[in-house]
Design a protein around this ligand. Structure first.
Ligand code: SAH
Ligand code: SF4
Ligand code: F3S
Length: 468
C-alpha cells in the first residue's frame, strides 16, 4: 500500500531521510557538504536546475559553483551533438577529480539521459557515475538522491514518458527579481530535425490556477518579471480538461498586482493567433519582444522540416505583427545545413532576415540527431559547404541587427537592472522591454529595479547609456 497521499508528500518524506545522511556526512567531513549543479541547454533546463538546487539546499548541502563538490550533478541537453560532447568532456574531467575525492557522488539528468545510446555509453565508459535519471521523473530527485546514500552501484531510473505534473517542491531561484515558470511540458510538433519531442515527451499544459498561484507567490517573494516557458507556448491549454488559450492565460497573468513584466518563449509561427497579437498590443506588462523561430526561409526546406508554414506565410505574419505593435523586437532561430539544402535555399533565408529585420538571430549548424526523420534523409550536406553558408547567414544577421537594434539611440527607455557588469564593475547591465541589453553607470542597489535610461550609443547588439 502507498502510505502517501500525494507524490509531493512522498518526496518530502525522502527529503527528510536525505537530511539525516547529509548530517552524517557533515560529521565525517567535519564541514558542511557541498553540491554543484551544472546546467546545459535551454531555459527549461535552467528552471529544472533551480528545482535541483532547491532540494540540495533543503537537505543540507551548501551549493557552490565548482565541480569539485561532494555532490556534482549535470543537467544535460541533447538538442545538438556538441551539447552531448560537452557533457562527455566534463565527465572525463570528473573521473580524475573523483579519484582524488573518492566519496564524491556524480549524478546525471536531463534530456540526454532519455537517449538509450547515452545511457549505454555512460555504463561502459563512465561507470563511476552514481545516479542517472531523465526529464520525466525529475520530481523524484529527493528519492533518487536518497538512493545514492543507501546503495553503491549506479542507480539508473529513466522513464519513457509521464502524464504527471508534480507541484510544490523546493526551488531556489538564480535571480531574486525574475523567474522562469513552466506553463507546459513536452512538444507534439515533431519538426523533422528535432529530438526534443523524443526526450521531453508529449505536450502537457499546467492548470492555469497552479500557474497563477505560483506567479503570485513569486511576486510576493520579490519577483517583478516572469518568463513563461514551453516549447510551443502558442498551443498552451489545448490538452486541459477546460481548454484555455495562451492569450487568455496571459490576460489572467496581467492582472497580478506587483508583477511588472511578462515574457514568454517559444512561439511556433504556425500557432500564433490574432488573439495573442491583440492581447500583446493592449498589454502594459507583456514585453515588446517575440522570439519567432524561422529555421529556414525556403518553403521547400520548411516543408521537409515539417514546420507547417511557408516563407510567404511567415513574412506576412511578421509584417502584420510589426504593423500592430510597431516597437516590437523580433528574434529568431535559424538552422543552416539541413539535408538537401542548397545555396538558393540559403538565399531565401537571407531574404527573410533582411525583410523582417531581426533584433537578433541564433544561427545553428544542423546536427544530425539519431531517430529523427531528418537523420535518415539522403543528401546530408558537406561540412565545408555549411561553413561558408553559415558565415554568409551570420554576416547578414549582424548587419541587419545593427540597423534594427540601433533605432532607439537617443531615446530613453525603461530598463530592468539585472547585474553588475562583468567587465566593468562601475557599470550595471539590464534589459529593455524588447530584450535589448543596456549598460550604464550604477551600483548593486539598482539590481531588480526598473529605471529610465537614456541610450547614448548602440554597439551592435547592445547599448551604452546613462541614467536620467
Ligand atoms: N521549441 C522551440 C525550439 C527548441 S530547440 C521552437 O520550436 O521554436 C531551440 C532551437 O534549436 C530550435 O529553434 C532550432 O533552431 C535548434 N535546433 C533544434 N534541433 C536542431 C538540430 N538537430 N540541429 C541544429 N539546430 C537544431
Ligand atoms: Fe523541436 Fe519543433 Fe518542438 Fe521546437 S516545435 S521543440 S523545434 S519539434
Ligand atoms: Fe536541450 Fe532539452 Fe532544452 S534537449 S534545448 S535542454 S529541452
Amino acid at each position: 500500500m502507498n502510505p502517501f497521499n500525494t507524490e509531493t508528500e512522498k518526496q518530502y518524506f525522502y527529503l527528510d531521510k536525505c537530511k539525516e545522511h547529509v548530517i552524517e556526512l557533515a560529521r565525517q567531513l567535519g564541514r558542511t557538504p557541498t553540491a554543484c549543479v551544472t546546467t546545459f541547454g535551454c531555459q527549461m533546463n535552467a528552471r529544472d536546475s533551480e528545482k535541483l538546487v532547491g532540494i540540495l539546499q533543503q537537505v543540507g548541502y551548501q551549493v557552490i559553483e565548482e565541480e569539485t563538490a561532494d555532490f556534482v550533478i549535470f543537467n544535460t541537453c541533447t538538442v545538438r551533438d556538441n551539447a552531448n560532447q560537452k557533457v562527455y568532456g566534463r565527465l572525463g574531467k570528473l573521473k580524475s577529480t573523483k579519484r582524488k575525492i573518492p566519496h564524491m557522488k556524480v549524478a546525471l539528468c536531463g534530456c540526454m539521459m532519455q537517449e538509450p545510446s547515452a545511457i549505454e555509453k555512460i555504463r561502459k565508459s563512465y561507470s563511476f557515475v552514481n545516479l542517472v535519471f531523465g526529464t520525466h521523473n525529475i520530481f523524484k530527485f529527493a528519492e533518487l538522491l536518497y538512493g545514492t546514500f543507501v546503495q553503491d552501484r549506479m542507480l539508473v531510473d529513466v522513464w519513457e514518458d509521464t502524464d504527471q505534473i508534480v507541484e510544490d517542491l523546493p526551488c531556489t531561484r538564480k535571480y531574486p527579481f525574475k523567474s522562469g515558470i513552466n506553463i507546459m511540458f513536452g512538444c507534439n510538433n515533431f519538426c523533422s530535425y528535432c529530438i526534443v519531442p523524443y526526450v521531453r515527451g508529449r505536450e502537457r499544459s499546467r492548470e492555469p490556477k497552479d500557474i497563477l498561484a505560483e506567479i503570485k507567490a513569486l511576486v510576493a517573494d520579490g519577483v517583478v518579471e516572469v518568463m513563461l516557458l514551453g516549447q510551443n507556448v502558442n498551443s498552451y491549454g489545448k490538452t486541459l480538461s477546460t481548454p484555455m488559450t495562451f492569450a487568455q492565460l496571459l490576460t489572467e497573468i496581467e492582472k497580478i498586482e506587483g508583477l511588472k513584466r511578462i515574457r514568454f518563449m517559444t512561439s511556433h509561427p504556425k500557432d500564433l493567433s490574432e488573439e495573442l497579437i491583440q492581447v500583446m498590443k493592449a498589454s502594459n506588462k507583456i514585453c515588446k519582444h517575440l522570439h519567432l523561430p524561422l529555421q529556414s526561409g525556403s518553403t521547400r526546406i520548411l516543408e521537409a522540416m515539417n514546420r507547417r508554414y511557408t516563407k510567404e506565410q511567415y513574412l506576412a505574419l511578421a509584417k502584420h505583427i510589426k504593423e500592430e505593435i510597431p516597437d516590437i523586437a523580433l528574434t529568431t532561430d535559424i538552422i543552416v545545413g539541413f539535408p538537401g539544402e542548397t545555396s538558393e535555399d540559403i538565399d531565401e533565408t537571407i531574404d527573410v532576415i533582411k525583410q523582417v529585420g531581426y533584433e537578433n538571430a541564433f544561427t545553428f549548424i544542423y546536427s544530425k540527431r539519431t531517430g529523427t526523420p531528418a537523420a535518415a534523409m539522403p543528401n546530408q550536406v558537406s561540412e565545408e559547404w555549411v561553413k561558408t553558408e553559415f558565415e554568409r547567414v551570420l554576416k547578414t544577421v549582424q548587419e541587419t541587427a545593427r540597423l534594427t537594434v540601433g533605432k532607439y539611440e537617443g531615446t530613453s527607455q525603461e530598463v530592468l537592472v539585472e547585474e553588475i557588469n562583468e567587465q566593468d564593475s562601475t557599470l550595471v547591465s539590464g534589459r529593455m522591454s524588447n530584450n535589448t541589453i543596456v549598460h550604464f553607470k550604477g551600483d548593486a542597489s539598482l539590481i531588480g529595479t526598473l529605471v529610465d535610461v537614456y541610450l547614448d550609443e548602440c554597439h551592435g547588439f547592445y547599448y551604452m547609456g546613462h541614467r536620467i
